[in-house]
Design a protein around this ligand. Sequence first.
Ligand code: ADP
Ligand code: MG
Length: 416
Amino acid sequence: MLRVGALVQLSSDILKETLARPTVFKDESPLSLEYIPSRLPHREEQMRFLSQLFRFSLESPFSISQRVQITGDVGTGKTILTQRFGTDLVRAAKSRRINLHYVHVNCREAKGSLFMIIKRVLTHFEPEFPKRGFAPEELLHTLMDVLDDKNIHLILALDELEHLIRIEGATPLYNLTRIQEERIGKPIRLSLICILREPEYLQKLDKSTIDTLQRNIVKLDKYNSRQLIDILKDRVNLAFKENTVADDALQLVADIGGQSGDARYSIELLWRAGKYADAESAKRVNADHVRKAAGSVYPMLRGEYIAALSPHEKYMLLALARVLEETQEAYATIGAVEREYRAVCEEYNDQPRGHTQIWKYTRSLGAIGMIAASKSGEGVRGKTTLLGLQSIPASTMREQLETALTSAKKKRFPRF
Ligand code: ADP
Ligand code: MG
């Protein structure tokens, strides 16, 4: 048996050996999610459009409250485009001595709560902002007072806005878009950039709020593999040593990434391929490393896809995964999935939704490519809809969803 001391010795030897090995990377940080690249290939047009929309903030600040909506699938650059734009605009304002601030808040991280969102904004201006003692309705006015005191125009980017609408409905956005109008005669302090995947979410809002948000829409399309190559080349130059990524390997990353059009997945694939190359002490990343990397990450299963689903979409998906795992078939009938869905709802103490709603979930899951739906042909009596999973093992899908649902449940019912 190995003693603990021997184990420590063993792991430190492995570590030493690993560190002594050559690596294809020179700096991995440009491949991380936090990295903000200096240029965004294939988003120049959208950047120009945003600049047009916000030129007032440099030319006649405090005159307009601008509202912009940015939509697009996962990995199409919604977050990075907005952050890059916000950072550049603030810099331009500074050089003109204009008090313009840009604050980016992720609504999912703020638990879909306007209260938490505004608190985060306030701590941007006053890091010591008291944590307690403010009612939610008051807080928005407190923010406006702070902006008045400091004479600031704030561009507030609300990322993953779906989470705010899902948790708190239409009221927060209504309040945010109306707060300016209540302040007749005062300088304009607040502009909004709303970032969301599915513009349909906005249908839950009242008509006039929708109207103010529908005026300026930036729609980001999925990247094709040619576009991904340009994005990836920049990262290769920053993150890898010279000549350590073979051309055909890069092409393969872009081709695989092009299937989902997701730049984030492509960058992750590139990084993983580099890791596989390092593990083999290879001098260059080749196509085989990319294939191995592609086998180890299912694009649909990365956290943010699942996190973005509503609880009932998760239940439906879990039900489908369980049925498929059980039957070992490629497809399940919608009836079988619906029965399992009811069981899942019971398991998670939730009220099952009706048939029409279940249809809607099926359609929305199909639209984002999580499931494949088709009509049954011969062999199944009558016509029914068959549901399947897109190239993801049912057991892996089930595990991921169970983990996601269990941790969500724990959060909802904290134990003391
Ligand atoms: P979204 O918010 O739409 O899901 P992100 O903005 O997070 O997508 O982009 C995903 C990843 O791809 C990030 O690492 C981002 O830096 C990168 N990325 C997206 N579009 C571009 C682009 N045009 N140029 C460079 N990097 C990009
Ligand atoms: Mg994003």
